[in-house]
Design a protein around this ligand. Structure first.
Ligand SMILES: [Zn+2]
Length: 285
């Protein structure tokens, strides 16, 4: 069984991560197919990984699969709302989009954790992860995401917090102190960049379209967070072994997805061709 799980993880990483792919959407049907398909496969495999010994593998997979697909559909709609707000050239749909996105990712996370799709709802603001256990009268848990915390520190070092924009969008947005140098990518300057779920922008090049582009990157990061559920069992195992790890896991939710997101960029040389860049342009231009 263990071998099967590792095999499934391997396969999903190879096929789902658009590491070397030239995939590009031509229309919304294809874009929806990606989000729904991603949700279904990640959800189905995650559910098997988190299966209880008494449960049947086939049933668990089917449940994770359809719940994941449902979550993926909401993620797709949240991205469409970003396109709508860019078209309106206004902040109008950033918040509705964020709510739909967290709703979709919560369903998807429940799917990958082999839970009923409504059991837990989570909402991220910067490095803050707010969890609501709906099975337990909405019991609230607060956790810190370490990589996102690092991104916040980076934001404060390299920029100034833009309170108005942050409140209008629902995440930390920083105005860069210096021009954003991206010579290592073959360009002189960047309009903005997203780090985990936070944005640093250059005021000279700011537009709603730029913001929309970076928000899509944030959604990609959030979408990858569903792989974190693949590590629930090992994490519980180490909880029992060490008090320090148990305490750590009580305070922190490790956003391993940051590393996965970074890997996609590290493994591609042609920046503009990276799937995540293509997807961001698809919704924001
Ligand atoms: Zn980009």
């Amino acid at each position: 069984m263990k071998k099967t799980i590792f095999y499934l993880i391997f396969v999903s990483f190879v096929f789902l991560f658009p590491l070397k792919t030239n995939a590009q959407f031509n229309n919304d049907t294809q874009a929806a197919f990606y989000d729904i398909g991603f949700g279904a496969v990640v959800g189905g495999i995650g559910a098997i990984i988190n299966k209880k010994p008494t449960e049947k593998t086939g049933n668990v997979f089917i449940k994770g699969f359809w719940q994941g697909a449902l979550g993926g559909y909401f993620v797709f709609e949240s991205k469409r709302l970003i396109r709508a707000t860019v078209k309106h050239d206004s902040y109008r749909y950033f918040w509705p989009s964020k709510i739909v996105n967290s709703f979709g990712n919560s369903i998807l996370e429940n799917a990958t954790a082999n839970r009923d799709f409504w059991v837990q709802y989570h909402f991220n603001i910067g490095f803050n992860r707010l969890e609501f256990d709906l099975k337990n009268k909405g019991k609230f848990t607060y956790k810190i995401m370490p990589f996102a915390l690092y991104a916040t520190v980076n934001g404060f070092i390299n920029g100034n917090l833009d309170v108005n924009k942050s409140l209008s969008v629902g995440t930390f947005i920083f105005k860069s102190k210096e021009p954003i140098n991206i010579e290592h990518l073959g360009f002189d300057r960047a309009n903005a960049y997203a780090m985990t779920n936070q944005i640093v922008y250059d005021e000279e090049f700011f537009s709603i379209s730029t913001l929309g582009h970076e928000i899509i990157h944030i959604y990609q990061y959030e979408q990858l967070s569903n792989f974190n559920s693949y590590f629930i069992k090992p994490s519980k195992y180490f909880d029992k072994k060490s008090k320090a790890i148990k305490l750590y896991n009580k305070i922190f939710y490790t956003d391993i997805n940051t590393l996965l997101f970074g890997a996609v960029y590290l493994m591609n040389k042609n920046y503009e061709n990276i799937f995540f860049e293509r997807e961001a342009r698809f919704y924001s231009e």
